[in-house]
Design a protein around this ligand. Structure first.
Ligand SMILES: *[C@@H]1O[C@H](CO)[C@@H](O)[C@H](O)[C@H]1NC(C)=O
Length: 249
């Protein structure tokens, strides 16, 4: 009788153990990694109706990684804030990518210009891209692992701040460096650059001299609202590594 109980218990434990492995294997793991020489405060904004992760923001020192488990069918965007200072309660501000003056973005997006890593988990396929539609502040790449399908690299590795046209530059307080590069839409707020009004479709909203500068510097990133849809990558059941300053050192 005791032997039977023990073997039943062992069986149950084994079953639970394998169920746990199954569950952890099927969850999507997204790792944020900071290769910049300076700290980055990642911001996370879930799409409408999707759960908030890590309260929407935290500090990531150089050469540190932070791993998140994304719930099934989650979608949202990640960006990097830099030059931040917060008090003990998490109030403060960032030089770029600030989200309402809080360490925890709590659903609020980053103030443009900010490079965005966008991801949508699907039943069959995940979609992801790096977007410069809201401008650029830091280099970001997305590299998938484990998945099947194309699972291509997405990102903007070049330092666009060094190539930013004068009219789009956001300069540091001392005016010595370019901290971020606005999108032409944000800088000039015109239908032609924003693909709004009569330009609100892919036939009439074409690349501009400005979006071409972005595209040339970052061919694997989304440079304007109706950029070539091939800028969106797909992967089935991948895990994702989002790296800030991927080419640093
Ligand atoms: C800041 O620097 C830029 C580039 O050197 C220069 O064109 C601009 O006039 C400067 N602005 C101010 C306010 O000094």
């Amino acid at each position: 009788m005791a032997a039977m109980l023990i073997s039943l218990l062992t069986f149950t434990l084994f079953t639970l153990f394998f169920l746990c492995i199954q569950v952890s294997v099927s969850a999507t793991v997204l790792t944020l990694y900071n290769k910049c020489a300076h700290p980055v405060w990642p911001g996370i904004q879930p799409s409408a109706g999707k759960p908030l992760l890590a309260r929407g923001g935290f500090k990531l020192p150089p050469n540190k990684a932070h791993t998140l488990r994304l719930p099934a069918l989650w979608s949202g965007r990640f960006w990097g804030r830099h030059g931040c200072s917060f008090d003990a309660t998490g109030r403060g501000r960032c030089a770029t990518g600030d989200c309402g003056g809080s360490l925890f973005c709590n659903g609020i997006g980053g103030t443009p210009p900010a490079t965005l890593a966008e991801i949508t988990l699907g039943q069959e396929q995940d979609f992801y891209d790096v977007s410069l539609v809201d401008g650029y502040n830091l280099a970001i790449s997305i590299t998938p692992s484990r998945g099947s399908g194309k699972c291509s690299y997405a990102g903007c590795v070049s330092d666009l701040n060094l190539m930013c046209p004068v009219g789009l530059q956001v300069r540091s307080k001392d005016n010595r460096s370019v901290m971020a590069c606005k999108s032409a839409c944000f800088a000039f707020n015109s239908p032609r650059y924003c693909c709004t009004g009569s330009f609100g479709n892919p036939q009439s909203c074409k690349p501009t001299a400005y979006s071409r500068i972005f595209k040339t510097a970052c061919p694997k990133a989304y440079s304007y609202a109706y950029d070539d849809p091939t800028s969106i990558a797909t992967c089935t059941r991948g895990n994702y590594l989002v790296t800030f300053c991927p080419h640093h050192r």
